[in-house]
Design a protein around this ligand. Structure first.
Ligand code: SF4
Length: 499
């Protein structure tokens, strides 16, 4: 290690590191350290080879995954004479981990292009690759990706790397992995960056409003609102099945007079009403029997609207965000015939900005659901205290992505200029939403650590996500052919211009 002898700070941290343990030449690093080594590419990068002797060229190690699944996504790797491939990288201590951890049966690992391990001992033979296994015995498996062992490929002793990297937050991006736009963005003043993000947010907002207008022209304003509310309740993983359900609303809403009846229809139509009783939770089973009684009568009528359960994604979902719970929430909104006029009244009301969110939460919040206020899932035990069906953080998403664009585009179409500009003002003043994985990565990749103040509003966050959509998704991890840095460099606005 290169800490000068006598450096007091080096002695402060030494007791808290595992580096001494790693001095043993048979030591095995923790998986987290292995991930940090991969992220920082502390490797003899010109000597990397797969287990079967092909050279490995790492053009980009990828970005630490924040949503489960493989450890790194968006990596770029060239193996042997093959073309450069972009995909995911999984890190395990041993090659046997591929099968032992069930990656071979997990569809989220289908895009893994490289399995990085400490030690390649016991490279697993995938049954999918075993020519002797009869077809009917072969489970559906992800093909085994090429394996790269790091054990003899580190650029420094393991103990030294342990000291250098073990406290490094995995999710921060080192300078050399930042986007090419990060330097020109850093050169902008605070007001210039705010202006840029504001312009991008305006584009995003207008895009959402335009899509709602198109939908309203083909159906109605009310239908456009419901489809977007349902999409927002699906978050990013279940937006499409939610939208599908909302599209058939005119069918299943008819004659659905109570929240419970609508809920049974929604659960039945969505394919999310469990076929079997839990046999462990009495309260759940009573609710399920009643829901089935209601759904049984309706099922034939809605046979053409049914969604398969496989349309939904559950991986990595928190129980509070489970679509069953979200459908219960929507059923209360639908049963309340004044729901839409309450939203309109919120839009028209004059109130201080700090009251906007709590007032909107009041419209969205459901006082009590007989089952879901007391249960996270069908299988979970009854909670000691009732839990809200919607948190304040979600209200920001609903406001920014649905309510404000919907009110704005209606005001514009109706020629109500004053109301339109008030809605726009609310959009730009709305405080920042909770972080999400796209935003976290974008912030680090584009802005680094220094400019986080620029993201104090939800609109600025939206602007950043728009840049990702317009530029990052058309490029790759090394920013190939991305015009954004050059556009930022060539852009000039008068300093200090603000809204
Ligand atoms: S792809 Fe473009 S916008 Fe995205 S980080 Fe790279 S340079 Fe920036």
């Amino acid at each position: 290690m290169f800490a000068p002898a006598g450096n007091f700070y080096a002695t402060w941290r030494a007791p808290f590191t595992v580096a001494p343990v790693l001095r043993d030449e048979n030591a095995v690093p923790a998986e987290r350290l292995l991930q940090a080594i991969w992220k920082h590419q502390r490797l003899k990068r010109d000597r990397l080879e797969t287990a079967d002797g092909k050279t490995v060229r790492v053009l980009h190690p990828g970005f630490v995954s924040v949503e489960g699944g493989p450890d790194f996504c968006g990596a770029m790797v060239q193996i042997g004479g093959d073309a450069v491939r972009a995909g995911d990288v999984e890190i395990d201590l041993r090659s046997a981990g591929w099968r032992a951890h069930g990656h071979d049966r997990n569809p989220n690992f289908a895009n893994v292009i490289l399995h990085v391990v400490w030690d390649e001992a016991g490279v697993p033979v995938s049954a999918g690759q075993n020519p002797k296994a009869p077809d009917r015995l072969k489970p559906r498996q992800q093909p085994l990706p090429p394996t790269l062992s790091l054990k003899d490929r580190l650029d420094a002793p393991l103990a030294e790397l342990g000291l250098a990297l073990e406290n490094e937050p995995l999710r921060s991006l080192p300078e050399n992995l930042r986007g090419k736009c990060s330097a020109p963005l850093r050169e902008l003043s605070e007001s210039q960056l705010a202006e840029l993000l504001r312009a991008a947010a305006q584009v995003r907002f207008a895009g959402k409003a335009g899509a709602m207008l198109a939908r309203a022209r083909n159906s109605s304003w009310e239908q456009a609102l419901w489809e977007n509310l349902f999409r927002a309740l699906g978050y990013k993983h279940n937006a499409w099945p939610m939208q599908n359900l909302a599209e058939t609303r005119p069918r299943w809403e008819r004659g659905g007079d109570s929240a419970f009846q609508l809920q049974a229809r929604l659960l039945g139509t969505s394919g999310l009403l469990p076929d079997e009783l839990t046999r462990a939770q009495k309260g759940s089973d009573t609710f399920l029997r009643r829901a089935w009684d209601a759904w049984w009568r309706d099922r034939d009528e809605f046979a053409d609207c049914l969604l398969p359960r496989s349309a939904w994604r559950f991986y990595g979902l928190r129980p509070a965000n489970h679509p069953q719970r979200r459908l219960a929430l929507a059923s209360h909104w639908l049963a309340d015939r004044s729901f839409i006029s309450q939203l309109e009244a919120w839009g028209a009301a004059v109130m201080p900005d700090k009251k906007l969110l709590p007032a909107l939460l009041e419209v969205f919040q459901v006082e009590r659901d007989e089952f879901w206020s007391w249960h996270w899932t069908f299988k979970s035990a009854r909670l000691p205290n009732p839990q809200p069906l919607l948190g304040a953080a979600r209200v920001t998403d609903l406001a920014i992505n649905v309510v404000l664009p919907w009110l704005w585009v209606r005001a514009r179409e109706g020629g109500n200029e004053q109301f339109r500009s008030e809605v726009e003002r609310r959009f730009f003043a709305w405080p920042a939403a909770a972080d999400n994985s796209v935003l976290k990565l974008a912030r680090q990749r584009l802005l680094g650590a220094g400019k986080t103040r620029a993201l104090r509003t939800a609109a600025a966050q939206q602007g950043l996500m728009q840049v990702v959509r317009d530029f990052c998704v058309h490029s790759n991890a090394v920013c190939d052919h991305c015009r954004f840095p050059e556009l930022v460099r060539g852009w000039s606005i008068p300093e200090g211009r603000s809204h």
